[in-house]
Design a protein around this ligand. Structure first.
Ligand code: UDX
Length: 434
């Protein structure tokens, strides 16, 4: 069977490489020739632990191919996965232009029965639209089946998640298509849920919205802990033992970021509005997250009032550890707020610094290590819980900073240590140390 993946972004590339690794012959297509050239040389355009090794291994085994020639990618494919981006439009809706362009291009090259699998995160009803776009354009004697097959992988552990996912969702109206997809995924040995197309599309949004809800919920409990004197770490631990609640996604922090939760919650809310449905919980989840991202800056503003000439360090720029992705990262909001206040900003991130430099150029300073970044600082914001950042000891902050004031958005340190060292320490959902 010849399988093609359209789009070599996060989802497409990881899916293609992992499916090749379990023995399938995979062609990954992208219109970006430079990207394809890099990939053919074994170089990944995204930072993802373990990905380059798997690319090289499967290129050498000749199971994995990269091309920017649509003819080569689509003409004899039995099954084509669409895995292009669906970024956010200004009004919060999902931008479907890349998905549609991919469908139009595919329709120009296929000349035999083909299964089209939509992996991109798309609003309910989009698979049907894709089917229409392709069917309108191909010879009517060709049978086109469309299936929705959303992905649930996390950046930074995308390969692990692909091989060890909790479930695979296949939405299709055709038994044969379901069987074909089952056979593709069979080597992964992961439970498969088969649904109708619209339900599969909804499962993706509902799952991300639920996880985002869990985060905003625990962040609100944290905010209430701060008022009442409870400790969110202890509260979350005590809640997490209840199997119905589960201990994952209960880490209070500086709000969720990244390429999925912010955009998917807004897209689902937009979809609800289109159906005249007031999705009150989701609306609150989005608003809580907006507040949570600003929270530490607002605390600092309350304490310092004037930032002019203050040396401020931001530790961690990626939206979470093990990725260079800065999309919707709280660090960006904090840097922008600090720049407006004329602060002198120094930042450090083990991987994402280049991406931030493209945004802020010489408006901020870039340090080579976490320790270098905090030298002579008047205050430090801890935004991403990288190992390289958590390894700094509170004693090092005390020794290095001009005055030890820390705003910790990831609860990296025990309160008693900050107290013992005389550090002013503000974290999330815990008593301030002043
Ligand atoms: C997420 C989903 O987990 C994945 O299933 C989906 O396919 C894509 O979106 P990702 O965005 O890569 O994956 O990262 P994830 O690890 O889920 O974290 C998302 C955000 O939530 C991060 O900003 C993280 O810091 C935050 N988070 C996560 C918390 O604040 N607390 C938690 O307990 C967990």
């Amino acid at each position: 069977m010849k399988i093609t993946i359209a789009g070599t972004g996060y989802v497409g590339l990881v899916t293609g490489v992992c499916l090749a690794d379990v023995g399938h012959t995979i062609t990954c297509f992208d219109i970006d020739e430079r990207k394809i050239q890099e990939l053919n040389g074994g170089k990944s355009p995204i930072y993802e632990p373990g990905l380059e090794d798997l690319i090289t291994k499967n290129l050498e085994a000749k199971r994995l191919h990269f091309t920017s020639e649509p003819e080569q990618a689509y003409a004899d494919a039995d099954c084509i996965f669409i895995a292009v981006g669906t970024p956010e439009n200004e009004d919060g809706s999902a931008n479907l232009s890349y998905v549609e362009q991919a469908a139009i291009m595919i329709s120009e090259y296929i000349h035999k029965d083909t299964v089209i699998v939509v992996k991109s995160t798309v609003p309910v009803g989009t698979n049907e639209r894709i089917a229409r776009i392709i069917k309108e354009r191909v010879d009517p004697s060709i049978n086109i089946e469309v299936a929705s097959n959303p992905e649930f992988l996390r950046e930074g552990s995308a390969i692990h998640d692909t091989f060890n996912g909790d479930r695979i969702v296949i939405g299709t109206e055709s038994q044969e298509t379901a069987q074909l997809l089952r056979s593709i995924y069979e080597p992964l040995n992961i439970p498969i849920v088969t649904t109708d197309i619209r339900s599969a599309e909804m499962i993706k949004y509902a799952s991300n919205a639920f996880l985002a809800t869990k985060i905003s919920f625990i962040n609100e409990i944290a905010n209430l802990c701060e008022k009442t004197g409870a400790n969110i770490e202890e509260v979350a631990e005590g809640m997490g033992y209840d199997k119905r609640i589960g201990n994952q996604f209960l880490r209070a922090g500086i709000g969720y970021g990244g390429s999925c939760f912010p955009k998917d919650t807004k897209a689902l809310n937009y979809l609800a509005k289109q159906y005249d449905f007031d999705f009150r919980i989701l609306e609150s989840v989005i608003n809580v997250n907006k507040y949570q991202k600003d929270k530490l800056f607002l605390k600092a503003k309350e304490l310092f009032q004037d930032f002019t000439g203050k040396k401020v360090t931001v530790l961690g720029l990626a939206f979470k550890p093990n990725t260079d992705d800065i999309r919707e990262a709280p660090s960006i909001d904090i840097i922008e707020s600090l720049l407006k206040e004329n602060a002198q900003i120094t930042v450090f991130d083990p991987i994402a610094m280049g991406n931030v430099e493209e945004l802020f150029h010489d408006k901020i300073n870039y340090a080579n290590s976490a320790l270098e970044a905090i030298q002579e600082a008047d205050m430090v914001f801890i935004v991403t819980e990288w190992r390289e950042i958590k390894e700094l000891t509170l004693a090092q902050y005390k020794e290095s900073m001009a005055q030890p004031v820390i705003f910790d958005g990831r609860n990296c340190y025990p309160l008693h240590e900050a107290k013992e060292l005389g550090i002013q320490y503000y974290s999330i959902g815990r008593k301030p140390v002043e």
